[in-house]
Design a protein around this ligand. Structure first.
Ligand code: ADP
Ligand code: MG
Length: 409
């Protein structure tokens, strides 16, 4: 059996992959330039080195039986050099397709997978041309390095277009973006597929996702879409994974709209217009809910693939609905918590909350993902309401020393 798993990146995703590896009797090496990376405590060996340190990367590969990564913005050149030393799952070629927006869109186009109309933009002239072709609104997205809506510009009118053109001219020759038709979204969803080296293939239930300020805020399972719609999304996600030649985990993010778009070709089921937004070749935020809602989690699935253990089909564990709520640094800041501790006393009054996970990040910052929690209830609406109520209760100022014994009078 494969025992030593190397994980590039030691954030919360790396940490939860590590937990699943240890469950199966394995151990992990973690590579992360951040000395405070949350997964460092779980590392048999912690490589606290820069991504550009080729000697340290070689040593990391030599010390591991198999390698994976927790985020797709990892520099693929550095690890492409090492891909023949040890297996990397998902492969460098899957990573390269999914980490570059234009290549990802071309993959969708070439394989007739439904997606928003797009164009490559390298200069202000391209932008003028395609904005007039697509019409307002459009979104300009950088080809590399974006996450949580970073590196994106919404173009709604002539003055936004002017601002975007100025941005392009300032950026000069290095500028490389993709322009997309902005769709009229009624829902966002995701579907995780896992494929093993022996061909075993499993697909998780479809999750419904809500974003706030472009950051995933809530995930609900099951998604509020017909069975036929969910089945179609699963089959699209499986087809994409097969076409990519995936070994490992792939998350497909979907856009859903009730209305037809101006320029984009959708798959239509029960009145839902379904498009692929993008892929993530790794565990996904929305998949946190699988740790509570399913017979196996996305992290277990990846650990089993890496360690060559059978995966088995994930099933939802209970009727009703589960809701995952993200906890950003903002909650810490509104508690006035000095440091990393979150006061969880409010949990007592919220029995629908079945789990709270705190990532152990060093410093709470606004917009920084610091933890998440999961509620369970009979209906999706109730699970969401209870999640919002819990987060609201957590986001209250905490009086320092409130639980301390009263001072002697
Ligand atoms: P990131 O890599 O930051 O996750 P995404 O491409 O997924 O980037 O965009 C972030 C969010 O912005 C999406 O989840 C969606 O809410 C919104 N968005 C992105 N592209 C479009 C689009 N073409 N039409 C409508 N909304 C979009
Ligand atoms: Mg996204």
């Amino acid at each position: 059996m494969i025992r030593k798993v190397g994980i590039l990146g030691g954030g919360q995703l790396g940490k939860m992959i590590a937990e699943s590896v240890y469950k199966l009797g394995g151990c992990v090496n973690i590579y992360d330039p951040d000395i405070n990376a949350p997964a460092r405590h779980l590392a048999a060996r912690f490589f606290n080195r820069e991504w550009t340190d080729t000697a340290a990367l070689s040593e990391f590969f030599a010390a591991s039986d198999v390698v994976t990564y927790e985020f797709e913005n990892v520099e693929s050149e550095g690890i492409a050099r090492l891909q023949h030393e040890k297996p990397i799952f998902p492969s460098v070629s899957v990573l390269q397709t999914t980490q570059h927006r234009l290549q990802e869109k071309r993959f969708l186009q070439e394989n007739a997978l439904p997606h928003a109309a797009f164009a490559e933009i390298t200069c202000a002239n391209d932008l003028q041309k395609y904005v007039s072709e697509f019409g307002y609104p459009c979104i300009l997205k950088s080809s590399r390095g974006g996450y949580d809506g970073k590196g994106q510009l919404f173009i709604r009118n002539d003055s936004d277009l002017q601002a975007a053109s100025t941005w392009i001219e300032k950026a000069g020759a290095a500028f490389h973006c993709v322009l997309e038709e902005a769709l009229d979204l009624d829902m966002e969803a995701s579907c995780i597929v896992a494929r093993a080296t022996d061909g075993e293939e499993v697909v998780f239930p479809v999750f419904e996702n809500t974003h706030k300020n472009h950051i995933l805020d809530l995930t609900v399972v099951p998604a509020g879409i017909s069975e036929a719609g969910a089945r179609e999304m699963k089959s699209i996600a499986v087809r994409a994974a097969e076409l990519l030649g995936l070994k490992g985990l792939l998350t497909t993010e979907f856009f859903l709209s009730r209305s037809a778009s101006r320029k984009s070709q959708a798959t239509i089921v029960d009145g839902w217009h379904i498009y692929i937004n993008e892929f993530a070749p790794r565990p996904h935020n929305s998949g946190h809910v699988t740790r509570n809602a399913c017979t196996l989690s996305q992290f277990d699935a990846l650990a089993r693939i890496l360690m060559q253990v059978p995966i088995g089909q994930p099933k939802i564990l209970a009727p009703g609905a589960f809701c995952m709520g993200q906890l950003l640094g903002d909650v810490w800041l509104s508690q006035n918590a000095a440091g990393v501790d979150l006061d969880l006393a409010a949990w007592q009054a919220h029995p629908a909350v079945i789990d709270v996970v705190i990532y152990g990040k060093h410093e709470p910052r606004a917009g920084r993902k610091m933890g998440h929690f999961v509620t369970w209830s009979d209906t999706a609406n109730d699970a969401v309401e209870r999640a919002l109520a819990f987060r609201q209760a957590l986001s209250q100022p905490v009086t320092i020393g409130k639980n301390a014994a009263p001072a002697p009078t």
